[in-house]
Structure formats: structure tokens, C-alpha cells
Design a binder for this molecule. Structure first.
Ligand code: SF4
Length: 680
């Protein structure tokens, strides 16, 4: 079999891979330059996993039993039609994922709004980077994770990474930072922080105060980019009015980061010829996530970095299609092309492409956490269709989410294995995985990539596009409105995105197959794409970026006598997201097979625990059991749990579903907990 050049099934770096049968290896591609992490190297194993679903499953007498595709599709379409008839279109809902291809994200949005007529569609990207998207939109008028190619970072003298741990989440990315002094902001001494010139470890939930302290130092030490601020921005005075009160010694009292280190960070950023500020989940997953990212953007603007060649601000997207997944309409408030769903011109344009009237399109729906919370309640959806997401593990306050999922009349899950969410469904559809289908994704630098089909799926398995087609046609939609070929869907997506902020109209499969590097916007077939944005003007109508007046307020749930510690959640090198894929790969699972909790040795002793013992971690919402890892570099007031594991080790049994008011992102990164021996 000839080899196939494709991309990794996991994170947003989307490393280039070469496949031969199911063996994978790296290839020379700009973002990974011949490198892959352990997850990428072992991803071929996923295609041979022994517990692959190959037939639809229907719950009968309490048990999931095999059914034919026609039987399962007829059953689901019949129930959906009945629920819509009896309770209205919003009685059915769709939940998507940031790992789905652009074509699937697009088709799910169209399916929800046209075939189902519901406003209730959102996706798990709401959990993982919506705060950065909201802050980027507010500051620059347009959100694209990195508005420059990753390779530009090699020219940086200083890079500040706030709440990012690429040494574990996307190791090949680090090669682009090889020439920079790294400033790492993270309460934990992560493998990324180990490589830093300066590690700033703020108390959990105080990152915003730290950003204000560094901004204060920038201004006080005379590093403000005055002419840039005057010519390319607005709102500095309002932002400074708040930051002026955050001199570094005050920020030190709140964050625990020495004032001298804050000044050193300001100096390193200001004195480098080229510098970048990059943020990730650590800054976003807070009840104040949008403002926290906004505070780091303010710092970058004060230094004159965004929109300057060789410098900038960017967000490191997490999921494989975290960027494209939010642009094509599976988000509650958006239509394809990254258009707002309540914009009359956007509705008019997209309705024309879809062959419906603008009036027939529903308005904005509930955000992910609110959608899950409303399931089965009065006025909430009575049916949910889940694609590319394992919310039983990945949603905050997970036990509550599981109860809401169990309360609906119909839960349908499309997956390639029986994930923890699929296991409680009424109907499960077996769908293709990454190397068994064509599709495009958009990586963290806004580059549109073609992930090619390398092998046929097992018999009995269909694509998500085929599943949507089967349901839509049974619901009375014309077959041609829901094609099953990814290229046909992409061509329609191009038309729907035309003229929008994320314009893909000039990007064809033909161009992608030829290897062209197309960063959106690509407004015509003779346009070369836009690797670098904002060099002349930002996307606000006056061309200027916006400072935002933001202030520190701290975590929504402070610690107290009953819950004296703070818990934060995150990732490890060997696992990806809910672990539904990586826990099935022996080489990865052997290294990290179960849940653990990182604890400072003194904290462990105070809790009567020793390294390797099982601990129970409790919050106001539930408890989880995990094995203790004593880590001397941990803050004594903090514990860390990865969220990849099921059962009693589910970290999200603890997390706080309080939402950021702008992005509606939950506060995964900090909640108050207690720690004790598991047998007490
Ligand atoms: Fe590259 Fe990310 Fe895949 Fe690792 S998981 S190989 S960093 S795309």
C-alpha cells in the first residue's frame, strides 16, 4: 500500500504524519519539523483497538443490544420527530466536539438548525478555549488562535507562556521556542516551567492580578510602547486606571509572586527585539477567564507586540480542531464563517446557501454547561445527540451531568468505541475514526489541513456525515441537502463562509491536496491565504485594538476550614482529553494507568497520607479517589488532578460549574477541596 501523508488525530498542533497501513511516523511539516510526541507515535494503535464498535446499539430492557443501521436510524428519527411534534423543536439538542472535522462541525450546525429546527446546539470547545476566543474578539475584533505561523516563534527573544504546558500537551511545539528566554506562568512547576528562564507561580486563581502587576511594572519602568498605544489601540487610559493600583508589591501580596520577578518579567519582555505573549487553558478556565486573558492581552498591547511582524499575542488552542471547530456553526451563538447568529446579514447569507428562509433559522441557544444542566427539566431538551464528545468525564460537576443525561427521553451517542457517555446512551452509532475518512481541520495557527483517508473502516461503521444524512432524510430533508462526501460538504462550507470573518471560500480540496499552506481568511481561489494577521490594522472598524479595563476578583470558591486546599485539573503527556482514545493504547496506559493527585509532601503529611496511598479529594460537589504523588515543587495550598480517567478517579466530579459571564466557560482550574485517606 502506498503511504498517505496525513495529520495526527489529537491536539491542535496537528503534526504532519506519514501512514503506511496503520503504522505512523513523522514527516517534515512546519509545525512539527519531523517530531511527534508519544501520543502521535502510537496513534496507529487506535485503528486496531479491540473494542471497536461495528454495529449500532439500541437499549432494550435496560441493555444495549446490536441493531441494524436502518432499525437504529428509524428509531431515532421517529423519536426525534415525536418529541418535536409534542414539545416543539427546542426539545431536541445536539452536542458536538472540538475534535470533529470542519465538515462535521458545519454539518451538525446545519442539521440542528435546518433538519431539527432547534436552537439547542453547542460543543465541548466551550470548555476549553471559549474565553480566549471571547477576549481575542473583544481586543482585536477577530479571534484566530495564533494570528501568525508557529515558525515565527523561532525568532523570538522572549516568550511568556501563561497557563500553558506544551512540554506535555504538544512537545514538538517547544522546538520553536528554542531561541527564547521563556517566562512560564503556572501555579505548578510543570515540565514546561522546568525549562523556563523565569517561572512565576501565582496562587491558583490569581493570574489576573499577576498580569496587572507586570503591566504596572512595564509602565513604571518606562517600557510602555507609547507611539504604538497611541496609533494602534484604544482604551489604555481606562485599563491603566485599574492597573495603576496594582504595583508589583501589592500583586505579590495576592499572587505570592515576588515583585522583583514581576519586574524581571517586564524587563525580559520589553528588552527583547521580538517577544510574544501566549495564553492557554490555565488562563481561560476560570469564572473570570475572558478578563484574565484580556489582562494578558493588555500586557501585550502595552508592549506593542500584537500586529507587529516577529512579535505578537496568541492563544494555544487545545483540541485537534479547536480552531475550526468554533468557526463553522456548531457553537450556540454562531453560524458558518465565524458569523454571529443574531446578525441579520449573516442569517440572510447562510439561509441562502442552505436553501431556507432566514426567518426559519433559530436564534442563539444555551451554552454547553447550561445546555447539559437543562436536560430533562421543564422547558429543557428531552433528547440529546452527542458527537465527538465524552461529557461524562469532561464536563464540570460530572456526576450531575451524568444524572441530567440519564434524565432525558432519548440519549444518542456517535463514537468509535463505547465511551463512558456512550455506555449510558439509549442508542449508540459506530462511526469512523480519523484515518478512515477524509476531512479538513484548522490548526492552532489558522492553517487549513487535509486529513486524508488512509484505510477503509471496519464493516458496519459509517461516517458521522453518513449518520447525519440518514437522520436528516428520515426527518424529511432532501438527500442532496446533507451530502455524505466530505469534499462536497467542504465546498458548501466554503460558500457559507464567504465574506465572513473566517472566510474559507478560496480554499479547495484541490489546493489542500497540492500541499498549499492556506491560513484563513482565503477569500478567493487566487488568494494565497493570510499567515500573518493584523500587520496593518486590527479587525475593529477603526483598525485599532482595544485594551479592556479588567480587575482581579479571585476564584469563585475560596478555600475555607472545611475545604482548605485548592484543586486544579489538567493533562499529562500520555493522555488526550477524556482519555477515550489514549487509555486504549497499551504503551501510553502502562505509563499512566490511573488517576493520581499531586500533593506537596507537607500537605500529604498533614492529611495523614504517604506517597502512593489512595486519597479521597472532596469538594462541595462530590469526591474522587486517586493515588497520591508527593511532588516537592507543588504549592502546599494546591493539589493537581488530571481529568483523563473514569470511575472514582474522575477529576470533574469535583469541579465548579460556575461560568465566565462572557464566554460561558466553567471554572475548571480552581475549586476548594479537602484531602484525606481514602479509607477514612
Ligand atoms: Fe503532535 Fe499533538 Fe499529535 Fe503530539 S498529540 S503528535 S504534539 S499533534
Amino acid at each position: 500500500m502506498p503511504h498517505v501523508d496525513t495529520h495526527c488525530p489529537y491536539c491542535a498542533l496537528q503534526c504532519g504524519m506519514r501512514m503506511d497501513e496503520t503504522r505512523v511516523g513523522p514527516r517534515d511539516f512546519p509545525v512539527n519539523a519531523g517530531g511527534l510526541c508519544q501520543k502521535g507515535w502510537t496513534s496507529g494503535e487506535l485503528l486496531r483497538t479491540g473494542d471497536r464498535l461495528t454495529t449500532p446499539l439500541l437499549r432494550r430492557n435496560g441493555e444495549l443490544r446490536p441493531a441494524s443501521w436502518d432499525e437504529a436510524l428509524d428509531f431515532v428519527a421517529g423519536r426525534l420527530a415525536g418529541l418535536r411534534r409534542d414539545h416543539g423543536a427546542d426539545a431536541v439538542a445536539v452536542f458536538g466536539g472540538g475534535g470533529l472535522t470542519n465538515e462535521k462541525a458545519y454539518q451538525l450546525g446545519k442539521f440542528a438548525r435546518v433538519a431539527l429546527g432547534t436552537r439547542n446546539i453547542d460543543y465541548n470547545g466551550r470548555f476549553c478555549m471559549s474565553s480566549a476566543a471571547a477576549a481575542g474578539l473583544r481586543a482585536f475584533g477577530l479571534d484566530r488562535g495564533l494570528p501568525f505561523p508557529v515558525t515565527d516563534l523561532a525568532g523570538a527573544g522572549t516568550v511568556l507562556l501563561a497557563g500553558a504546558n506544551p512540554a506535555e500537551t504538544m512537545p514538538p511545539f517547544l522546538q520553536h521556542l528554542r531561541n527564547a528566554d521563556l517566562i512560564v506562568v503556572d501555579p505548578r512547576r510543570t515540565p514546561t516551567a522546568e525549562q523556563a528562564s523565569l517561572h512565576l507561580a501565582p496562587a491558583p486563581g490569581t493570574d489576573l492580578a499577576l498580569a496587572l502587576g507586570i503591566l504596572h511594572a512595564v509602565v513604571a519602568e518606562g517600557y510602555l510602547g507609547k507611539s504604538y498605544v497611541d496609533e494602534r489601540t484604544r482604551g489604555f487610559e481606562e485599563a491603566w486606571r485599574i492597573a495603576a493600583a496594582w504595583w508589583p508589591e501589592r500583586a505579590e501580596r495576592v499572587t505570592g509572586v515576588a515583585a522583583a520577578d514581576q519586574r524581571r518579567a517586564a524587563e525580559l519582555l520589553a528588552q527583547a527585539e521580538n517577544a510574544y505573549v501566549l495564553t492557554a487553558r490555565g488562563t481561560e478556565q476560570h469564572a473570570t477567564g475572558t478578563d484574565t486573558v484580556g489582562a494578558w492581552i493588555n500586557l501585550a498591547l502595552a508592549l506593542g507586540l500584537p500586529g507587529r511582524a516577529g512579535s505578537g499575542y496568541g492563544c494555544l488552542t487545545g483540541q485537534g480542531n479547536g480552531q475550526g471547530g468554533r468557526e463553522h456553526g456548531q457553537k450556540a451563538d454562531q453560524l458558518p464563517g465565524y458569523r454571529k447568529i443574531d446578525d441579520p446579514a449573516a442569517r440572510e447569507h447562510v439561509a441562502r446557501v442552505w436553501g431556507v428562509t432566514p426567518e426559519s433559522l433559530p436564534g442563539p441557544g444555551r451554552s454547553a454547561t447550561e445546555l447539559l444542566d437543562s436536560l430533562g427539566r421543564d422547558g429543557g431538551p428531552k433528547a440529546l445527540l452527542v458527537f465527538g464528545s465524552n461529557v461524562v468525564l469532561s464536563a464540570p460537576r460530572a456526576q450531575h451531568v451524568q444524572e441530567r443525561l440519564s434524565s432525558v427521553d432519548l440519549l444518542v451517542v456517535a463514537d468509535f468505541v463505547l465511551s463512558e457517555t456512550a455506555a449510558i446512551a439509549d442508542v449508540v452509532f459506530p462511526v469512523t475514526q480519523w484515518a478512515e475518512e477524509d476531512g479538513t481541520l484548522t490548526n492552532l495557527e489558522g492553517r487549513i489541513l487535509l486529513r486524508r483517508k488512509a484505510l477503509d473502516p471496519p464493516e458496519g461503521v459509517r461516517t458521522d456525515l453518513g449518520l447525519v444524512h440518514g437522520l436528516a432524510t428520515r426527518l424529511g430533508q432532501p438527500a442532496e441537502r446533507f451530502p455524505t462526501a466530505a469534499e462536497s460538504v467542504f465546498d458548501e462550507l466554503r460558500a457559507a463562509s464567504k465574506g465572513g470573518p473566517a472566510d474559507y471560500s478560496g480554499a479547495s480540496y484541490q489546493r489542500l491536496r497540492s500541499g498549499e499552506a492556506l491560513h484563513w481568511p482565503v477569500p478567493s481561489e487566487d488568494h494565497a491565504g493570510t499567515p500573518r494577521m493584523f500587520l496593518d490594522r486590527f479587525a475593529h472598524s477603526d483598525g485599532r485594538a482595544r485594551f479592556t479595563a479588567v480587575d482581579h476578583s479571585g476564584p469563585a470558591e475560596p478555600s475555607n476550614a472545611e475545604f482548605p486546599l485548592q484543586a486544579t485539573t489538567g493533562r499529562v503527556l500520555q493522555h488526550y482529553q477524556s482519555g477515550a482514545q489514549t487509555r486504549r493504547i497499551a504503551e501510553l496506559n502502562t505509563v499512566v494507568p490511573e488517576a493520581f493527585v499531586e500533593v506537596h509532601p507537607d500537605t500529604a503529611v498533614r492529611s495523614g497520607l504517604a506517597d502512593g496511598e489512595r486519597a479521597v479529594v472532596r469538594s462541595r460537589r462530590g469526591e474522587t479517589v486517586a493515588r497520591v504523588r508527593c511532588v516537592p515543587s507543588m504549592r502546599p495550598d494546591l493539589v493537581f488532578l488530571p481529568f483523563h480517567f473514569p470511575g472514582e478517579g474522575r477529576a470533574n466530579l469535583l469541579t465548579n460549574p460556575v461560568l465566565d459571564p462572557v464566554s460561558r466557560m466553567p471554572e475548571f482550574k480552581v475549586c476548594a477541596v479537602s484531602l484525606a485517606r481514602a479509607d477514612t
